[in-house]
Design a protein around this ligand. Structure first.
Ligand code: AMP
Ligand code: ZN
Length: 687
């Protein structure tokens, strides 16, 4: 039997390896369920042995509370921008300048690597632990986004490297992941991200790391600030050996001809990469030669970026239709005569919102300029007015939903239309698709076209009906492309989901506005299963949810409203009747913890961060109150406590407690005489 500490180390290591396999190699080594199992074991272990929790534990990726703003980080070594080259002549010019500068007496080699379109980042490991991450900012001064960067699962929180290690790279998002994020934003009535760069940069600078955690960010590292290696290639290799994510699409080039060859080769390759690249970075490989070449005021002289030109094309816009999202939001879409752009055939482009169509006066029948470059979603740039046919009229937004024909609502102040018909088949199609996705009920066998067929044939009228499909075998066999075998497979997958999913997945799948996977987990942990949520009283639920740290007022309201809605309730009850059993593994209730029966409101500043203190309270069986209310036992007050808090404590009858007093409680107030209790040092990490 390993000791708890040994088991803890094993679990951390195993989870880190699975993260690496999944996020960096794109080759998952375990199922989601197995991964969850390891994670839950780790969590349970840390509950019992809080002393094992360290900053590098995978449970500590998320947890920081929203901040008011970002701290500035001034770096010792400036982050430079890159000069650009756009054609072969300019590449050859760059090569010539490098060789001239080195007086032709050195054998220079280059490394060409993809230029990923994201946001640059600098990350510092001290003694093997990730301690700081900052954005580029103006190069010299960036912003401390450590809490957000810690949520990126591709990034190890600990590396086997004792030296100070400051790496630089690019935070980015896969194209498919961006589509999913945009789908969610559309559903929530928020503006879509126009391109992966915006999505990455925006997500990095969110004040609430829990929202960043919901964004499937990735990172590739391509630079090391400390000079531990003689060449760029050796450095890249070492990064990979440490388990740091690096792109593997680089190539050493010994001559101009080889560079040009790689540029040509990469142009073909890049269309098949799951992430967006806007060019190639060419770097001198030898560090010693880099020193000789030096920098201009803005760029290194030893590197340059080959940029692919943004590809645009003209085509005819045949019609403007609207897509219905799962919350009923209508997104206008341009249907185009197919046109090849940046390696794909484009026949649809998002028009984002009504204002954009009006501003650009885009009409059906217009010839438009479309662009797809560094942008996953093709854009309609502008109308070619000279080619406008006669008799066109400005586009009129629909007054009825294209899927159900019911009148649509136009929300005030927002350039968005919404179908408010709860039974709209368009909404159901989009919602059901989301319900079956991997982050939710994971019924992969229900593909997009099958979902549509099920809704259109009336076989599924709400999410619960999925679990009644086994009674409808005959009808299923009549659907297009559904033979005996595929019907069996689909039904099997549904059986698997009926009892085999945790409650948070079900909650995620329901598509409650504002609730993503992280929030769903918090809610699931609070209530355990569907029955308990259905039985909760609306007002009480609102309060209970808002009291969970990680869940805001608005989200609590949204969830409570969802569970108060009669038709949703009927659907959920039906699920239970159909035997859907989604339970959350019980969080170990801390029985007999030193703080059991006590509640705490924490205020003022402490050596520990607020949420680390909250965690401690809960770990010892206490309850956290976000504000002092009737029944709050203690106001735990640190330095610089406001008078209003103190007054509130007095009014509500909460006792004031300082840190020493708190530690005394932890040790069991009765057992520990005063003074001795402060022997416990707060752990160094901030949780
Ligand atoms: P630019 O923003 O056009 O000046 O290009 C410079 C930026 O390209 C850098 O700040 C990095 O964020 C980004 N970049 C992406 N991939 C690489 C790479 N492989 N090497 C260096 N910079 C890269
Ligand atoms: Zn509708």
């Amino acid at each position: 039997m390993p000791t708890p500490a040994e088991r803890h180390a094993q679990l951390c290591e195993e989870i880190a390896q699975h993260n690496y396999a999944y996020y960096v190699l794109d080759q998952p080594t375990v199922s989601d369920a197995e991964y969850d199992g390891l994670f839950n074991e780790l969590r349970a272990l840390e509950k019992q042995h809080p002393e094992l929790v360290g900053p590098a534990s995978p449970t500590q990726r998320i947890g920081a509370e929203p901040r008011e703003g970002f701290t500035k980080v001034t770096r010792a070594v400036r982050m430079y921008s890159l000069d650009n080259v756009y054609d072969e002549d300019e590449v050859s010019e760059f090569d010539r300048r490098v060789r001239d500068e080195l007086h032709g007496d050195a054998t220079v080699s280059y490394v060409a690597e993809p230029k990923i379109d994201g946001a640059s980042i600098e990350i510092t490991y001290e003694d093997g632990v990730l301690v700081l991450a900052s954005t580029r900012g103006d190069g010299e001064t960036g912003e401390d986004v450590t809490a957000n960067v810690r949520t990126i699962r591709a990034l190890p929180l600990r590396i086997p490297e004792k030296r100070t290690f400051t790496v630089r790279g690019e935070v980015f998002i896969y194209g498919a992941d961006l589509d999913a994020v945009n789908e969610q934003r559309k559903a929530d009535g928020e503006a879509e991200f126009a391109n992966p760069r915006n999505a990455a940069a925006g997500s990095l600078r969110l004040l609430d790391p829990r929202i960043t955690a919901e964004r499937p960010l990735r990172v590739y590292l391509y630079d090391l600030v400390e000079r531990y290696f003689d060449t760029h290639l050796e450095m890249l290799e070492h990064l990979a050996e440490l388990g740091l994510p690096t792109h593997r699409a680089h190539r050493r080039c010994d001559s101009l001809a080889e560079l040009l060859d790689f540029i040509e080769h990469f142009d073909e390759l890049r269309a098949s990469l799951p992430y967006e690249t806007d060019g190639i970075v060419i770097k001198v490989n030898e560090m010693g030669l880099r020193d000789e070449l030096g920098f201009t005021s803005r760029f290194p002289r030893w590197a340059t970026a080959w940029k692919y030109a943004a590809e645009t094309g003209e085509t005819v816009l045949r019609s403007i239709t609207a897509d219905v999202g799962r919350t009923g939001a209508l997104t206008p879409v341009a249907n185009l005569d197919p046109i090849p752009l940046s390696g794909t055939t484009v026949s649809r482009a998002s028009l984002h919102n009504l204002d954009m169509i009006a501003d650009k006066d885009i009409r059906e029948g217009d010839t438009v300029v479309v662009q797809k470059a560094g942008e996953i979603i093709p854009q309609v740039l502008r109308v070619v007015l000279e080619k406008r046919p006669e008799g066109t009229t400005p586009w009129e937004p629909p007054t009825t939903c294209p899927a159900c024909g019911e009148p649509v609502a136009r929300e005030e102040g927002v350039a968005a239309l919404r179908c408010v018909n709860a039974r709209c088949p368009g909404r159901l199609r989009a919602g059901l698709w989301y319900f079956t996705r991997r982050s939710a009920m994971d019924i992969d066998r229900l593909g997009k076209s099958l979902v549509e067929q099920l809704v259109d044939a009336g076989l599924v009228q709400d999410f619960a009906d999925v679990f009644a499909l086994k009674e409808k075998r005959e009808a299923l066999l009549e659907l297009e492309r559904m033979g005996e075998k595929s019907v069996d497979k689909v039904l099997e997958a549904i059986e698997d989901a009926r009892e085999g999913r945790t409650f948070d997945r079900l909650l995620t799948g329901l598509g409650i506005p504002l609730v993503g996977t992280v929030a769903a987990k918090l809610i699931a942990e609070k209530y355990g299963d569907l029955r308990h949520m259905l039985d909760a009283e609306t007002e009480a639920m609102k309060e209970e949810l808002a009291a969970i740290h990680g869940i805001g007022e608005k989200m609590a309201e949204s969830v409570a409203a969802f569970f108060a809605d009669e038709s949703q309730r009927a659907m959920l009850e039906k699920m239970l009747v159909l035997g859907v059993k989604a339970e959350q593994p019980r969080k170990e209730k801390v029985e007999g913890g030193a703080l059991e029966g006590m509640s705490f409101c924490v205020t003022g500043s402490f050596e520990l961060k607020r949420d680390a203190i909250w965690k401690r309270i809960e770990e010892h069986g206490g309850e956290v109150h976000k504000s002092v209310k009737k029944g709050t036992t203690y106001l735990l007050a640190g330095d610089k406590v406001g008078k209003t808090k103190m007054d509130a404590a007095e009014k509500k009858g909460a006792k004031i407690l300082d840190w020493e007093g708190f530690l005394a409680l932890l040790e069991g107030a009765a057992a520990a005489p005063e003074g001795e209790a402060s022997g416990e040092e707060p752990p160094a990490d901030d949780g």
